[in-house]
Design a protein around this ligand. Structure first.
Ligand code: C2E
Ligand code: MG
Ligand code: MG
Length: 587
């Protein structure tokens, strides 16, 4: 019985994950007060581990821990009550202890007891003279010990209960799943993640009604989900608007999907947020102990994303999609390091050729990433991942700085050019974008007209009004604008007409196959060129891979072209060589 109690006590202590953690002012403050109240030089928060007393906080103590054997703090922990030793020299139990050997004569320790009644250790004070302890002093020590326990419990709960919903967090889900796997290994379960709203819906709610409304919505949803689950099952709050829970053991997947569908139908019917959000649910069947808890969660989350993408309400986990998500996640993690590494990112330059004269007056800068393990990763893959994150800003800044450094270097070498830089929708939301562009130009003594910004139609349409205001500022600053990938995005011609762009780049999807006047692409491209000209803009065709295509485009009156037929995107030195060779040829 005694052994069982001690094992449970040690368990309680270890679960708090306090042992061997660094000192903390929260505890030191209390320890100092204890020393002051007694007017003694030594005080400590001392935790009773299997065979040591480890000090979470100490005043006047040199060692980080002492052996548990014959330490009075161990008695405090085991018995759960105050221990006072007025004089070690005459004490039957402690006269021979390590502390006595080192000159300790007085000790008072108040127990640190958890809500479940386990003694973790003591808040203690020590003196080198024999002494009595006044009842008020011991009362104060007991109060301070209670404060230490509050601090311990606070720290433990931190990160485990979400402050908004009051539900256990992702960290708790992981721990509970690991515990469950120990209890019932191999048992079949389904992890369910319900994602309340799309990112843009969240942004709209916060924008229109404030963050407090979002919190309220999250609270309402958590109450609804928890009450649908019943008192004996737990809902977890695992992301801003994401909730997770586990199915009962061994349910039939198809039947459980129906149960979940009905459950959320009922929640939707009564929820006040049903008009502004759409719930997506992901389900990941697994066996306890066979899939790491973090993978269970990620699998369910990736299924929820699938559901969202397909505009469905529910999707089941797929391993292929999970691998894709994992790669996304890894790339995102690694890109931040790439920005700092200095040797992973570089720019290449693809010439833009004037179709009437054959001259090259400028180039598009394209970002390249050589990942230390994965090798070259295409911007078509990593840009869409990072541009939705806080990395969008430093990335564009890096590209801009590197491109303009290169432009300045070429200019100094007598090469007059215009460079185009691609930016993301997120960059348009940066209030200081234009100032940063101007600053980057001025510090290198470059003219605004030497820089062109490329932006896709879709990027402009994310926040059309804001985008338009920003683009007008850009135009006022004298920086050129090109509409990229024309023909592929969803946009409105009425809107495009208002965009102050000089150039429209027809997407390569229409241009690559351009061969003869009877193809479908021919008609499309001809119509686009016509339309763009009528709107008063000039045309750049992207993806010109053949001489035929170049000739057809020239015949249509398309001003400039870009593509493998002229040159692939080139490293800076190769670009300079290419342009020198071309000029020599023309001369
Ligand atoms: P984009 O801006 O439309 O760039 C043109 C893409 O077409 C480039 O792909 C280029 O290498 C490719 N290309 C050029 N000529 C041909 C051709 O004749 N045939 C074919 N099949 N392809 C051709 P890349 O470099 O892989 O870039 C893909 C996209 O990634 C870019 O499309 C752009 O949207 C984005 N991107 C690249 N660099 C940056 C950057 O620095 N910032 C941002 N925000 N996006 C970038
Ligand atoms: Mg581009
Ligand atoms: Mg393009």
């Amino acid at each position: 019985m005694q052994n069982y109690r001690e094992a449970a006590r040690l368990d309680a202590l270890h679960q708090l994950k306090l042992l061997d953690t660094p000192p903390s002012e929260h505890f030191d403050r209390i320890t100092r007060m204890a020393a002051q109240i007694f007017g003694l030089p030594i005080a400590a928060v001392s935790l009773t581990d299997r065979d040591r007393q480890w000090f979470k906080s100490r005043v006047g103590v040199e060692h980080g821990s002492i052996p548990r054997d014959k330490a009075p703090c161990a008695e405090v922990a085991e018995e759960g009550h105050l221990v006072v030793i007025e004089d070690f020299a005459t004490h039957p139990r402690y006269a021979e202890s390590l502390l006595a050997e080192h000159g300790t004569r007085f000790y008072a320790g108040a127990p640190l007891v958890t809500k479940d009644g386990y003694g973790l250790g003591a808040l203690c004070v020590l003196g080198v003279e024999p002494r009595l302890a006044a009842p008020e002093e011991l009362a104060a020590l007991t109060d301070l010990a209670a404060m230490v326990m509050e601090q311990i419990e606070l720290q433990h709960a931190f990160g485990r209960i979400d402050p908004i919903s009051g539900l256990p967090t992702r960290a708790q889900f992981r721990d509970d799943l690991a515990d469950l796997a120990l209890d019932c290994p191999g048992q079949a379960r389904i992890a369910v993640i319900a994602d309340l709203a799309r990112d843009d819906q969240i942004a709209k709610i916060v924008g229109a009604m404030g963050a407090a409304r979002l919190d309220e919505m999250v609270r309402e949803a958590s109450r609804a989900i928890q009450s649908a689950l019943g008192a004996d099952r737990t809902a977890y709050h695992v992301g801003t608007t994401q909730f997770a829970f586990l199915s009962p053991p061994d349910v039939d997947v198809a039947a459980y999907i129906a149960v979940i569908e009905r459950g959320f139908e009922a929640i939707r019917a009564t929820s006040s947020v049903r008009f502004v959000t759409s719930v997506a649910i992901g389900m990941r069947p697994f066996r306890l102990g066979e899939v790491p808890p973090e993978d269970v969660l990620r699998g369910a989350a990736s299924a929820a994303q699938d559901a969202r993408r397909n505009d469905g309400a529910i999707a089941l986990y797929s391993a292929d999609r999970d691998n894709e998500m994992r790669r996304h996640y890894d790339l995102l993690q690694d890109f931040g390091a790439a920005l700092e590494a200095g040797d992973q990112l570089r720019l290449v330059y693809q010439p833009r050729v004037d179709l009437a004269t054959g001259c090259c007056l400028g180039a598009e800068t394209l970002l390249r990433w050589r990942h230390p393990e994965l090798g070259e990763v295409s911007p078509a893959e990593f840009i869409p991942i990072i541009e939705q994150t806080a990395l969008a800003r430093p990335t564009t800044q890096w590209v801009l700085d590197t491109a303009l450094d290169q432009l300045a270097a070429w200019q100094a070498a007598g090469l007059e050019l215009t460079l185009s830089v691609n930016i993301s929708a997120a960059n348009l939301m940066e209030a200081d974008l234009i100032q940063r562009l101007q600053l980057a130009l001025i510090t290198r003594q470059l003219r605004p007209a030497q820089l062109e910004i490329e932006l896709t139609e879709s990027a402009m349409m994310a926040e059309p009004e804001k985008a338009l205001a920003m683009l007008r500022e850009l135009a006022e600053a004298g920086i050129a604008l090109a509409i990229d990938d024309f023909g592929t995005g969803h946009s409105s011609l009425a809107y495009l007409q208002q965009v102050p762009a000089q150039v429209v780049k027809i997407d390569q999807a229409f241009v690559r196959g351009l061969s003869a006047p009877w193809g479908a692409d021919y008609v499309l491209v001809e119509t686009m060129v016509d339309l763009i000209h009528k709107l008063g803009r000039s045309v750049v065709a992207e993806g010109v891979e053949t001489e035929d295509a170049a000739k057809i485009l020239a015949g249509m009156g398309c001003e400039e072209a870009q593509g493998y037929w002229f040159a692939r995107p080139l490293e800076a030195a190769a670009f300079a060589d290419w342009i020198a060779a071309r000029t020599a040829l023309a001369a």
